[in-house]
Design a protein around this ligand. Structure first.
Ligand SMILES: Nc1ncnc2c1ncn2[C@@H]1O[C@H](COP(=O)(O)OP(=O)(O)O)[C@@H](O)[C@H]1O
Ligand SMILES: O=P(O)(O)OC[C@H](O)CO
Length: 493
């Protein structure tokens, strides 16, 4: 039986994982991705480095699994979403560093056109916010010399990271993306499942720049024969949160997962229905298989694991991410200390790009442990913000499936159950993002005949039940809400 290979290109790292058909890991290779912060609120990546890292990871994972190109039934690509790359079709060189999803440089444009947010949301399910690709593309066309004319002449190509990797891995042969990534650009109409001319005009983005939009499981092309020890078909593409939704087998309406990496993203399957949120959640494509779209509601938080990175790299309170668990457990509670990690503004349900982070409630007794614990708890409180919005908009989930780099931390998993007052389940494979991309490639390759056969492979590893009295959880959460109000640029909005 052939294996599947996933490339997971995340915000802080790139990895490739080889899975067997049962979803067990056979080999993996990972490299960290440097972050560049050229100005306050700006975040960039080197797209060429991303390409080189992805190639090195595929080679490393194949080697670790002791397999070759011929043993792989298909590659699935999954990626940090919204991050925008524009490159020259001839030279294959990017015209500017990739502008990362967290980047806020287009906040003024969004504020100026705030009255178009409803119009945009009706078509795209998104909001007018710097988070999405469209304003990042427009910024590059405006600020890179000659870019607009070259774009109009068809000399340039835009892609989110999946599309950039597909282009580079196929040796510049294929310019395509999938519906889940397209649905994060703010240029894609959720109802027609196509690029929307009115949106293109509004953002000033020429259609000639854009990739073809395909299903999440499709024949995307084959890798350039010179890259590995033979060509490998690329058969799956999903944005990372949608891939995690597939990897968590959240295939029925009402099923919900939350992924804790750099940011936190909660996705609720809403079925074939495009549900509009009244609480500033996003409507998005969960996945599109066989031409049939399944929609989701998503709550996006910009800073989750990034708060842990901040503790480690900016204020040096810890040496490694794993230190947080012991420190958090060394005290009974934070004694009223709250950390609001609005380093790049606040995402759902507030959408306040101007908000900034703060620590509240410090006393002479507050120490490193209090701040560290408050940082971990902030992730749980933000999740409760999202869950509250999901409940009002759609449905009340009975359990939350969690995954991502942060959930190996049992303190975080238990605090989630306590603060949310909902059962939390951690699967056997927490790398569900990569797994979901491999599943998509496997569907196309015929390794799986249906989503049902994928569901059967999903396994729970640990259950976390609420152990805190609900009154206490409500009181702690009320303290968080007060803290958030104090960092918002326009409180109470
Ligand atoms: N034991 C831990 N406790 C808390 N946070 C952790 C732990 N291990 C890793 N993290 C955090 O998880 C994040 C990495 O998760 P990952 O899913 O790899 O992220 P991404 O896909 O966004 O690059 C980092 O922000 C890191 O700080
Ligand atoms: O790189 P991650 O895992 O934090 O995910 C980034 C998201 O896709 C941004 O929308």
């Amino acid at each position: 039986m052939k294996a599947l290979l996933a490339i997971d290109q995340g915000t802080t790292s790139t990895r490739a994982i080889v899975f067997d058909a049962a979803g067990h890991k056979l080999g993996t290779h990972q490299v960290e991705l440097p972050q560049s912060f050229p100005k306050p609120g700006w975040v960039e990546h080197d797209a060429l480095q991303i390409r080189d890292d992805a190639i090195a990871c595929v080679r490393g994972a194949l080697k670790a699994a002791k397999l070759g190109a011929k043993d792989i039934a298909g590659i699935g690509i999954t990626n940090q979403r919204e991050t925008a790359v524009i490159w020259d079709r001839k030279s294959g060189k990017p015209i500017h560093p990739a502008i990362v999803w967290q980047d806020r440089r287009t906040a003024d444009f969004c504020a100026k056109h705030a009255d178009r947010s409803e119009w945009l949301s009706e078509r795209t399910g998104l909001l007018l916010d710097p988070y999405f690709s469209a304003t990042k593309i427009a910024w590059m066309l405006e600020h890179v010399d000659g870019a607009r004319a070259r774009a109009e002449n068809g000399e340039l190509a835009f892609g989110t990271i999946d599309s950039w990797l597909l282009w580079t891995l196929t040796g510049g042969k294929v310019h395509a993306t999938d519906a889940s990534n397209a649905s994060r650009t703010a240029l894609f109409n959720l109802r027609t499942q196509d690029w929307d001319d009115e949106l293109l005009t509004f953002f000033g983005v020429p259609r000639a720049l854009l990739p073809e939009v395909m299903d999440c499981a499709a024949e995307f092309g084959a890798t350039d024969g010179a890259l590995f020890d033979g060509a490998i078909p690329i058969r799956g593409i999903l944005g990372d949160q949608q891939a995690a939704t597939v990897g968590q087998a959240c295939f029925a309406p009402g099923m919900i997962k939350s992924t804790y990496g750099t940011g936190c993203f909660m996705v609720l399957n809403t079925g074939e229905e495009f549900v509009r949120s009244r609480n500033k959640l996003l409507s998005t494509v969960a996945y599109r298989f066989g031409g049939k779209t399944t929609y989701a509601l998503e709550g996006s938080i910009f800073v989750a694991g990034a708060a842990v990175q901040w503790l480690r790299d900016a204020v040096h309170l810890i040496e490694s991410a794993g230190d947080t668990e012991k420190l958090a457990r060394s005290i009974e509670d934070t004694e009223g200390v709250y950390l609001v990690p609005a380093f790049t503004g606040l995402g759902a349900p507030y959408w306040d790009p101007q908000a900034r982070g703060a620590i509240f409630g410090l006393t002479r007794n507050s120490g490193i442990a209090h701040i560290v614990r408050a940082a971990l708890e902030s992730v749980c409180y933000q999740t409760r913000d999202l869950l509250g919005a999901m409940r009002e908009d759609a449905m009340d989930p009975t359990e939350l499936r969690i995954d991502g780099g942060m959930v190996v931390n049992d303190f975080v998993a238990q605090s989630l159950a306590d603060i949310l007052q909902v059962a939390v389940v951690r699967p056997a494979t927490v790398e569900t993002t990569a797994l979901g991309a491999a599943f998509a490639a496997g569907l196309q390759a015929g390794v799986y005949d249906s989503l049902d056969s994928i569901s059967k492979l999903w396994e729970a590893e640990a259950h976390f039940k609420p152990a805190l009295a609900s009154k206490k959880a409500d009181a702690l959460y009320a303290g968080w809400q007060t803290a958030v109000e104090r960092v918002r640029s326009q409180p109470g909005e």
